[in-house]
Design a protein around this ligand. Sequence first.
Ligand SMILES: NC(=O)c1ccc[n+]([C@@H]2O[C@H](COP(=O)([O-])OP(=O)(O)OC[C@H]3O[C@@H](n4cnc5c(N)ncnc54)[C@H](O)[C@@H]3O)[C@@H](O)[C@H]2O)c1
Length: 272
Amino acid sequence: MRNRHVTTKRFEGRVALITGAASGIGRATALRFADEGAAVAVVDRDAVGAERTAAEIATAGGHAAGFECDVSTSERVTALVAEVERALAPIDVLANVAGIGDTAGREGIEGIDDARWSLVLAVNLNGPFYLCRAVLPGMAARGHGAVVNVSSLAGRSKSANGGLAYTASKAGLLGLTRHLAFDYGQRGVRVNAICPGGVDTPMLRAGGPSAAESEADAQERRRRVAAYGWFMPIKRISAPDEQAAAIAFLASDDASYINGVSLDVNGGLYMA
Ligand SMILES: NC(=O)c1ccc[n+]([C@@H]2O[C@H](COP(=O)([O-])OP(=O)(O)OC[C@H]3O[C@@H](n4cnc5c(N)ncnc54)[C@H](O)[C@@H]3O)[C@@H](O)[C@H]2O)c1
């Protein structure tokens, strides 16, 4: 039985910037941080979705503001961080959740053109780099802060559903995490990552049978989902709030001695 009841207020008086917060894991993370007392900057390229999450938080009695931002755009990210700090206060927590899936190149490297490769790397790796570069100096100057990057099982192993570019982007994100954890640990800032397995979100559903383009494609997707389920020690995929709980833990003072880790939140898939 899962325990969804949150009893702690670990982020009271703190500001959390969450990217990808219009949907899926990012939305669940924004709700979780707000529930635990944070003022939340709800960031997404989907402005309407960001406002929707911020409104949900406000309705529940929390504090949030929505911000439109494409994280793959360096100048926009720099401006965003200044906007968030003006609207809320200096940022204590950064969660890089925004990301795009990718099925191009599933059959091999020849299937990936330059534009596709660059787009996946731009969102999934450059985005967190731009955000970290804009936020970390301020955290270090204040002597405290926490960053959590959302990588993937793909970053540790290879993508179950997606392509080569996705795997490379998520592996790169783990390298960024470790290097920043080393550089900033001595300045009071911790940088960690989570590696989700399958999570029930629009991104996962887009790679599933319901999004197939032909019957053969649907069959192949069904086989892959069944194989995935067969190997999972916990016989279900994760709910977004289970990922949010891990992000909140790593960002909280409960994890004050945890730095540079890649936490697998995958139901024990590695034991399969
Ligand atoms: N769902 C899974 O099974 C799974 C597994 C492992 C890792 N992940 C990772 O978790 C993260 C969240 O994925 P999700 O499943 O919640 O997907 P999702 O599609 O539900 O949400 C992703 C959000 O990111 C936003 N986004 C995409 N590109 C952006 C950009 N350039 N700038 C700003 N926002 C952008 C989208 O608008 C969307 O709101 C991603 O980084 C993904 O790679 C997901």
